[in-house]
Design a protein around this ligand. Structure first.
Ligand SMILES: Nc1ncnc2c1ncn2[C@@H]1O[C@H](COP(=O)(O)OP(=O)(O)OP(=O)(O)O)[C@@H](O)[C@H]1O
Length: 329
């Protein structure tokens, strides 16, 4: 798998005031589309960070943007939040521009970077931020939702990395947003903290709210999202219900030495999804390895050194993002 990004440790990034200072709403919007991206592109110099993304997120959906480092997840999120403008294409959030949605308090965000204000207790920080919103969740309710009641009297500079993440999420939830956007929110957390974090977000989503989150973790996307959108090199390479993406992750691989095999013919065999060359061997990624091996032997009875194996989650992820095609011997 790819390298992990630097852990986020804070909140209330002063360079991003629009996201943190939301104006309250009268409750969830009634639009049938929560977030919509049409042909969105964004480059930084010669780097095409986002290269033509079409994406629709329905209200109430929890969608994971899954991808390795540099896939374009943060750039996509920053454009949904109105922090970056696309070079081309359009973005709508609950039927309006991202800026308008932020202004009317529809979006709460937890970004990768930012720092908590020091010299305040967690409760004081939440109360202070709440005072900026004419309408907001009760501080006690947010403490309860994020499971941080026990640290309410603790000063922010004394918090552990995991506690900081939960306080940052609490700040994002404070104005009771219709859309919650989380950019790799659990990157610094251990397994138990991740589980507890996601249970809190699930409880929030269960109120009919829309959640979009970026992650490197296939298992996290699988466990907590209704739908998984896999990004690679600025493009969507897979988009489907979590169980479908998991099924792809469950694909099997047939490796064999097949003299004079024709790649196009192999690719057309039943059960075969993809053909790769590894020296004299071919590797077949299969949706149905039983059907595939029967077909291979029927067409190429001379096939030898046959191995059938399950793709691990990591391998499946590399396959989905296209980063593993030339890996391995
Ligand atoms: N402000 C910027 N200036 C120049 N290049 C940038 C900028 N922001 C992003 N990029 C580049 O755009 C590409 C996509 O970056 P992005 O941060 O969106 O990816 P990501 O999927 O969020 O990655 P990560 O998981 O590492 O956060 C990368 O090649 C990155 O180096």
């Amino acid at each position: 798998m790819t390298d992990r990004v630097t852990a986020a440790t804070g909140v209330a990034d002063s360079a991003r005031p629009d996201v943190e200072r939301r104006v309250p709403t009268d409750g969830p919007a009634k639009e049938t589309v929560g977030v919509r991206l049409d042909g969105v592109r964004k480059s930084f110099g010669a780097v095409r960070a986002v290269d033509g993304i079409d994406l629709t997120v329905c209200p109430g959906e929890t969608v994971a943007l899954l991808g390795p480092n540099g896939a374009g997840k943060s750039t996509t999120i920053d454009m949904i939040l109105g922090l970056l403008a696309p070079d081309s294409g359009s973005i709508a959030v609950f039927g309006t521009t991202p800026h308008a949605a932020v202004r009317r308090g529809a979006i709460g965000a937890m970004l990768q970077t930012g720092s908590l204000l020091r010299d305040l207790t967690v409760r004081e920080l939440l109360a202070m931020m709440a005072s900026l919103y004419p309408r907001h969740m009760a501080v006690d309710d947010v403490l309860e939702l994020m499971g941080i009641r026990a640290i309410a009297q603790q000063r922010t500079e004394r918090l552990s990395g995991g506690q900081v993440q939960r306080v940052r999420a609490a700040l994002a939830l404070l104005p009771d947003p219709e859309l919650l956007v989380l950019d790799e929110p659990t990157v610094a957390l251990d397994v138990e903290s991740r589980r507890a974090f996601w249970q809190s977000i699930r409880d929030f989503a269960a109120q009919g709210r829309t959640v979009v989150f970026a992650t490197h973790y296939l298992d996290e996307a699988d466990s907590y999202a209704d739908r998984v959108v896999v990004l690679s090199r600025g493009r969507i390479v897979a988009d489907g219900p979590a169980n479908e993406i998991r099924a792809m992750a469950g694909m099997r691989t047939i490796r064999a030495t097949i003299p004079e095999a024709d790649d196009a013919r192999l690719a057309a065999l039943p059960g075969v999804r993809m053909v790769e060359r590894r020296g004299s061997a071919v590797v077949l990624r299969c949706a149905d390895s039983d059907a595939a091996i029967r077909a291979v032997l029927a067409v190429y009875p001379d096939a030898k050194d046959i191995e059938i194996s399950s793709a691990g989650l990591e391998e499946a992820f590399l396959y989905l993002t296209g980063d593993g095609r030339h890996a391995g011997p």
